[in-house]
Every structure is written in structure tokens, then in C-alpha cells.
Design a protein around this ligand. Structure first.
Ligand SMILES: NC(=O)c1ccc[n+]([C@@H]2O[C@H](COP(=O)([O-])OP(=O)(O)OC[C@H]3O[C@@H](n4cnc5c(N)ncnc54)[C@H](O)[C@@H]3O)[C@@H](O)[C@H]2O)c1
Length: 244
């Protein structure tokens, strides 16, 4: 028997934007499932009544297990937020000529790009399963992919981040129509400017270009609402929100 409450699964939901969206949905009565690599931060999930799954979005089986267990417990899945991502402090430009170049770390691409793609692949399967197995009148499967303003503009100091986030914009646009036509899944992506999270320096709070967390939550809330549309790519800046 499917749960009467809507069910969300959020990657990178133990902190920052993912956590803020998780807390917002929990307040609205959603059953929230947080998938995160950080077990310690995961305990915060309990404080908002969410279920925590320790999983690395690079590890297919642990991610699939989180989706699978969520479906087994609730027999429905309504919203997936492919949000997990990192910034990489390493300098891509610093190769020394005195030694052979060591293998570069491409973890950022594995987490930010491949992790979101894998999450999307699983979301498609479990949304489809949910559609086939239940007759939910309010079933409106929605996937939101977290890109960044770096997915729309070029940031030369952070080329891997820029590449991953551009890739996600293109990926979300590519799948939006097939997902909608085959299974009614609404896919959109969001591209925020800098958002104030606990990782930011306190002095950043005074920066005029910081996007309030509430703004990002409101954008996600709009996308999962019945009129939220699909195939949208939203630039979310402190100066305003616009479809790109
Ligand atoms: N904060 C910003 O200014 C900003 C702006 C635009 C886009 N974004 C994007 O928003 C997303 C969230 O960013 P944030 O600022 O909230 O970051 P954050 O570091 O505060 O939170 C990210 C969460 O993802 C988790 N995570 C990291 N690697 C993971 C992995 N391999 N598997 C599972 N979970 C993992 C972390 O443990 C953490 O809980 C990222 O994709 C980021 O690129 C952030």
C-alpha cells in the first residue's frame, strides 16, 4: 500500500542546500530520504524526521540501495533532487615539469556530473516502477538537477566544476522531453549563484551577490508544484530568477 504522503529522495541532503530543501519538505509533510556520504552530518536527518542513507553517489550499488529501500518502505517516489556536489580546491593549472605528471583527481567530475547522471538513471527506473505499480491520483514525478551559475557561465579558475555544471545543464535539457513523453517525469535544472551555507566564511554573509537559501528553496518548491513545468533551466541570482 503506497504512502499517502509524498516521498522525496535528496542526494547531498545532510548539509547545505540539500538539507535546507529536505527540511522545507519535511515541514510540508513530505517523507524525506537523505542520501549522503557524511554519516556524522546524517544524524541531522533524524532531527527533521528524515531517513538517512549513507551512500556515495559514485557507488552505484549504495545509491541504488537507497532508492530501493525508499520504494520498499513507501511504495512511492515523487521527487528526486540530484544535488550532491563538491568544490575542488586543487589547482588544475599547477602541473610541474620537474616530474612526470601524477594522475589528476577527477573526483569532482565523478561526483558532480556522473553522480547526478546515475541518480537520474535510478530516478527514471523507480518513478516508472511507481507509475506502473500504483494508481496514485496525485502522482507527478519530478526530478530537479542541481547545476550552478557555473553551468551557464565560464569560470576559468574552476574548469572542472564549470565543465561538470555545464554538462548537467545539457544533460537535463537532453532528457527533459523523453522523460516527460515516456513516463510523465518532469525534469528541470537550477543554476544558483553563490548561496550562503555553513561552509561559507561568515564574511560572505554580507556579500550582495549571495542568493538567500530561502530563494533556492522557493525555486525547488515551485518546480515540484503541479504548475512547475518541465525542461526548465533556472538562473537563480540575488538579483532575480529567470528561465534560460
Ligand atoms: N553553495 C553554493 O554557493 C552553490 C551554488 C550553486 C550550486 N551549488 C551546488 O549545490 C549543491 C550543494 O552544494 P552546497 O553548497 O549545499 O554543498 P555542501 O557541501 O554544503 O553540501 C553538499 C552535501 O553533499 C554531500 N556529498 C559530497 N560528496 C558526496 C558524495 N560523493 N556522495 C553523496 N553525498 C556527497 C556532502 O557530504 C554534503 O552533505 C552542489 O551540487 C553545488 O555544486 C552550490
Amino acid at each position: 500500500m503506497a504512502s499517502t504522503s509524498k516521498v522525496a529522495l535528496i542526494t547531498g541532503g545532510a548539509a547545505g542546500i540539500g538539507y535546507a530543501v529536505a527540511a522545507m519538505l519535511a515541514t510540508k509533510g513530505w517523507l524525506v530520504n537523505i542520501v549522503d556520504i557524511d554519516q556524522e552530518k546524517g544524524v541531522v536527518a533524524a532531527s527533521i524526521g528524515a531517513t538517512f542513507y549513507k551512500a556515495d553517489v559514485r557507488d552505484y550499488h549504495s545509491l541504488r540501495n537507497a532508492f530501493d529501500d525508499t520504494m520498499k518502505r513507501h511504495s512511492r517516489l515523487d521527487f528526486v533532487f540530484a544535488n550532491a556536489g563538491i568544490t575542488d580546491p586543487r589547482n588544475f593549472y599547477e602541473a610541474q615539469t620537474s616530474t612526470l605528471p601524477p594522475e589528476p583527481s577527477l573526483a569532482l567530475l565523478d561526483i558532480n556530473l556522473k553522480g547526478a547522471v546515475t541518480c537520474t538513471y535510478l530516478a527514471q527506473y523507480y518513478f516508472r516502477l511507481c507509475k506502473q505499480g500504483s494508481q496514485l491520483a496525485d502522482f507527478d514525478p519530478t526530478l530537479v538537477i542541481m547545476s550552478s551559475i557555473a553551468g551557464l557561465e565560464v569560470y576559468s579558475p574552476i574548469p572542472l566544476y564549470t565543465a561538470a555544471k555545464h554538462g548537467l545543464v545539457a544533460f537535463a535539457r537532453a532528457i527533459a522531453t523523453p522523460f516527460k513523453e515516456s513516463d510523465g517525469i518532469r525534469v528541470s535544472c537550477i543554476c544558483p549563484g553563490p548561496v550562503f551555507t555553513e561552509k561559507r566564511k561568515p564574511s560572505d554573509a554580507d556579500r550582495l551577490d549571495m542568493v538567500p537559501m530561502e530563494t533556492v528553496c522557493n525555486v525547488v518548491s515551485e518546480l515540484i508544484s503541479p504548475g512547475g513545468g518541465f525542461g526548465r533551466c533556472l538562473r537563480v541570482l540575488s538579483t532575480g530568477i529567470s528561465d534560460v
